[in-house]
Write a new protein. Structure first.
Length: 332
């Protein structure tokens, strides 16, 4: 018989014995208010268009987008990030539809604001890639390269029309140098001092964006490696962070989430502003595809990924599962 003194005195398993015990001692908790729903609205369609690489996600009509916004409010979701998908014929080299007050994104902002008012934080993607015929996030110079400073002028215009439409938060996602400062000035000079900026501070050139390009009908040929961050770099994110904060960012983001949890943790430790992480289309698609094949338990995997993002330091998580997860959290 083993002497009593040789048994372990410290037994961490005591705090794992029952679901109630595990729930009581949990260090991190997901809440519906942590979640933001990215949503796509497509011009000129009479019914939602399924996105093949993202089962369960659609390009909304204006009517179904309004319904999705109401459902998000009812579930307790904090915000909605809107992406516009214009008719193909309206794309041009300058992304004109992105600054048209009657462009699909601006119309969608007005629709959602009229439907839910201030009950949902309405956010907008501030980028040209959905609207350009070349698919890049900015205007091109004579040699076909993205012209940073000419693009900033377009972003200033976009900020104004999105704010005029009633958005609460703009999300500049193009990774142009100086974009936050130019947008802040444009908003302040047009009487939109209360519109916040969620800076895409660390947006990496990722292999996981593939399904998103279908979702927005991207015309991109080539890649965005000259302006999105290199996946090998971490210190560069902290430099981008310092610049965004200096230029007036109200919130900052890391995108994608799961492959960059180390970056997310570093940024969360370094700042005193809210930090968001975007669980992007490829992350969503991987879980859904593996679950469809029976390789993983879908609901458990979704919650595990979101909890990992929260544990790494995210105050807010953009996820295509936002409404579904919020409903489940609300029942517990």
């Amino acid at each position: 018989m083993t002497p009593y003194g040789s048994f372990p005195g410290a037994r961490p398993r005591r705090l794992r014995t029952t679901p109630a015990m595990r729930r009581m001692v949990a260090e991190h908790r997901l809440h519906p208010a942590d979640l933001i729903l990215p949503a796509f609205v497509r011009e000129g369609v009479g019914a939602p268009v399924p996105i093949s690489a993202m089962p369960g996600v659609v390009q909304h009509t204006r009517d179904t987008l309004r319904k999705a916004a109401v459902e998000a409010v009812e579930a307790g979701v904090a915000g909605i990030m809107l992406f516009g998908v214009p008719e193909e014929a309206k794309k041009d080299a300058a992304g004109t539809a992105g600054t048209d007050p009657d462009g699909i994104l601006q119309v969608a902002i007005r629709d959602v604001r009229a439907e839910v008012g201030d009950d949902l934080v309405i956010m907008s993607d501030l980028c040209l890639d959905e609207y350009t015929d070349h698919g890049h996030c900015g205007v091109l110079d004579a040699e076909g390269r993205v012209d940073n400073d000419a693009t900033l002028e377009r972003y200033a215009e976009m900020a104004q029309v999105q704010a005029d439409a009633g958005v609460h938060v703009v999300g500049p996602s193009g990774m142009m140098d100086g974009q936050v400062g130019v947008i802040r000035d444009a908003l302040d000079q047009t009487g939109h001092e209360d519109v916040s900026i969620l800076a895409y501070t660390a947006k990496y050139s990722s292999a996981f964006y593939g399904p998103f390009r279908e979702a927005v009908g991207s015309s991109l040929k080539g890649d965005r490696k000259t302006y999105q961050q290199d996946p090998a770099n971490l210190r560069e994110s902290l430099r981008e962070l310092a610049l965004d904060l200096r230029e007036g960012a109200d919130m900052v983001m890391v995108k994608p989430a799961l492959p960059y949890l180390d970056v997310l943790a570093k940024i969360a430790d370094a700042v005193d502003v809210p930090v968001a992480a975007y669980q992007i289309s490829g992350e969503y698609a991987m879980v859904e595809a593996a679950a469809e094949k029976g390789w993983i338990d879908r609901d458990s995997a979704i919650l595990e990924t979101l909890t990992g993002i929260k544990r790494a330091g995210a105050d807010m998580i953009l996820t295509y599962w936002a409404t579904e997860v919020a409903r489940k959290l609300g029942r517990h």
